[in-house]
Each structure stands twice: as C-alpha cells, then as structure tokens.
Ligand binder design. Structure first.
Ligand SMILES: NC(=O)c1ccc[n+]([C@@H]2O[C@H](COP(=O)([O-])OP(=O)(O)OC[C@H]3O[C@@H](n4cnc5c(N)ncnc54)[C@H](O)[C@@H]3O)[C@@H](O)[C@H]2O)c1
Ligand SMILES: O=C(O)[C@H](O)CS(=O)(=O)O
Length: 317
C-alpha cells in the first residue's frame, strides 16, 4: 500500500512505515505545491499531513482511495473533519505528543521576558556594561493566566507552579473536578476579563475555531496590566494582530511572544516585525527532537492500525 507524506515528518516514523512494508513517498514541500499535490492524491491509501496542507473538499474529492489521514500534530483547523467523516475517512491526530515541548516554550518565553539574556549579550558585545538596565524580575509570585485549560495548559501550570507562580485559568468547558484543575490547583475564572485583569503573563491554549477567532482583541487589551505579556503558541488568528500592535505601541501591555501567526510565514513588511517587544518565532513551540520523534512514531503506528484493520486510539472524527 502507498502512503504520501506532504510535510515535515521525522525519519523514524517514515522508517517505521517502510519497515512495515508500505511504500512511502515523502516531499516536505508538497503542501506548497497544490496542483501537484491534488494530482498525486488519487494514488494513495493513506495521507500524512501537518498544519499547512489544506484538507478541504477539493482535497478530499481527489483522495479517492484514501482510507486514513494522519495529522502530525494537534491543531485541526486545516482539516475538514466533517467532510472526512462523510467520506468515511478517519482523521488521526498526535494528541499530547508535543504538549510538553509547547509547555517548555511558554516557560522559555516568560524567562526571556523576565531575564532577557539574548538582549543583554548583544548589549555587552557592543561594549556596554549596563547592570541597572538589565535588572530582571522574578517569576516567583507572578500570576500566569491560561486561556484554555486542556493538555498543554496542564503541563504549563505544573511548570509555572514549580517556579512559585500563581496560576489562573479560563475555560468554560472544564469542570472544577477535571484532572487539570485537581492536579495543578489552577484557580478557575468564569470570565475571560477577570483573568486578563489579574495576570502578569497571559498564555493562549485554545484551538482556532469560530468562537476563538480574534478572542483577544482591542476590546480586551485595555484590561491587561501595562507590564503584562501575551504568549500565543496556539494558533494565529486567536489574537487580532493589528489590534495587538496598536495595544503594545500605546503601552496597554508590555509585549507579546508569538509562535504562530494568522499568515505564516510572516509577511516581509508585517507591522508585527517592526515592534521590538513583540517577539516572533517560526511555529516551533512543538518542534523539539523528542516531540517530533513521538509524533512521527505515533502517527506511523496509528495509520498502520487503520490500514491493517485494527482499532485506532487517536481518531478525532
Ligand atoms: N505552536 C505549536 O507548535 C503547537 C503545538 C501543539 C498545539 N498547538 C495548538 O495548541 C492548541 C491547544 O492544544 P491542547 O493540546 O492544549 O488542546 P486541548 O484540546 O487539550 O485543550 C484546548 C482547551 O481549549 C478549551 N477551549 C475551547 N474553546 C474555548 C474558548 N472559547 N474559551 C476557552 N477555552 C476554550 C477546551 O475546552 C480545551 O480544554 C491546539 O489546538 C493547537 O492549535 C500549537
Ligand atoms: O498543532 C500542532 O501540533 C502544532 O501547531 C505543531 S504543527 O503540527 O502544526 O507543526
């Protein structure tokens, strides 16, 4: 049977599929060559994608032989789940495989804000020795607000607590007896506004859906503390970017760490890139060698289970 991989997949997952006897065609740039991709789809029994491949009606129509779609990650906003279900194509996600890595990225962002070592290094190399300017602050006793209280927030909360932070959360779909609340002692707010007012750092961990699109916008930046930072490692489009730029410029908050953008890669003359305290990274929060290996192996095993007729544990539709 034939499997097509359209984006970055760690080698061990590909090797595992080959070891099981599949023919694997791998082109990590294929998601950017739409016409070629569409023409190839009818040949394949399984398709493995990441976040850039648009799995829409046109894609699903072309995938005539496809029995399963593997998603090398968690966010599903690029996939028409219902369309796949209607065509009886299970979609498999790598749930939790990169959650620890994203949690560590959030800690890195907060530490970068409180102890800006790279900036200090740059300054020292320019011949300066400004100890007062680079005086940091402690994360201990600061408040971290988590928007969304799912698997990533769970891991962020545990790490932030170990730093002595107060952790608060907002998630209308999580009950007080949920394991995330029970295991971490997150104080849960009923209103997003209350979380924004209370937090020194606000970290976003919700999926991109109709209800979360532009959830953070010009109406709620004024509620934030002037020294607060917003961290978005979830999806571009959850924070309204032009509003964020205005809010940072007018000092309604101190800055932001954005790992994900509404349009990726960042546009050359994007206003986001003009503001120094908006720190950008190229969608790497979940990209560590451990997470990529786990993700690839999980998807390889799950895609194989569907193709060989056994039960899949990670089906999302
Ligand atoms: N940057 C990266 O590399 C990277 C890596 C992994 C995941 N992600 C993104 O992070 C997102 C979250 O991942 P997760 O594993 O924590 O997902 P999850 O499903 O475990 O948690 C998401 C939480 O958001 C909550 N939620 C949904 N709508 C909400 C709303 N309107 N207000 C408040 N809460 C709401 C849900 O109830 C759920 O508890 C993913 O959907 C993905 O887009 C990014
Ligand atoms: O949704 C995810 O898991 C992340 O955003 C990483 S990736 O899979 O989209 O690259």
């Amino acid at each position: 049977m034939k499997i097509l991989v359209t984006e970055l997949m760690w080698e061990d997952g590909i090797d595992e599929l080959k070891r099981k006897g599949y023919t694997v065609d791998y082109d990590m740039e294929l998601s950017r060559k739409r016409e070629e991709l569409l023409s190839l789809l009818p040949e394949y029994d399984a398709l493995i994608v990441r976040n850039e491949t648009k799995v829409d009606t046109e894609f699903l129509e072309a995938a005539k032989k496809t029995q399963v779609i593997g998603r090398l990650g968690v966010g599903l906003d690029n996939i028409d789940l219902q369309g796949a279900r209607e065509r009886n194509i299970p979609v498999i996600s790598a749930r939790n495989a990169n959650a620890t890595s994203v949690a560590e990225y959030v800690m890195a962002a907060m530490l970068d804000a409180s102890r800006p070592l790279s900036d200090a290094d740059e300054d020292v190399r320019q011949g300066n020795w400004d100890r007062k300017f680079f005086t940091g602050y402690e994360l201990n006793k600061r408040t971290l607000g988590l928007v969304g209280m799912g698997e990533i927030s769970h891991r962020v909360a545990k790490r932030a607590k170990a730093f002595g932070m107060n952790v608060v959360g907002f998630d209308p779909f999580v009950a007080p007896f949920d394991h995330v609340v029970q295991e971490t002692g997150i104080r849960q707010f009923e209103k997003l506004e209350d979380l924004l007012k209370a937090s020194d750092f606000i970290s976003v961990h919700v999926p991109l859906t109709k209800s979360t699109k532009h959830l953070i916008n010009r109406d709620n930046f004024p509620l934030m503390k002037p020294h607060a930072y917003v961290i978005n490692s979830a999806r571009g489009g959850i924070i309204h970017e032009p509003d964020l730029v205005e809010a940072v410029k007018s000092k309604q908050l101190a800055g932001a760490y954005l790992d994900v953008l509404e349009k990726e890669p960042v546009e050359k003359d994007s206003p986001l890139a003009q503001v120094k305290s908006i720190r950008l990274s190229p969608h790497i929060a979940g990209l560590t060698i451990e997470a990529q290996s786990r993700t690839a192996m999980l998807i390889a095993e799950e895609v194989d289970s569907v193709l060989n007729g056994s039960q899949s544990l990670c089906r999302v539709n």
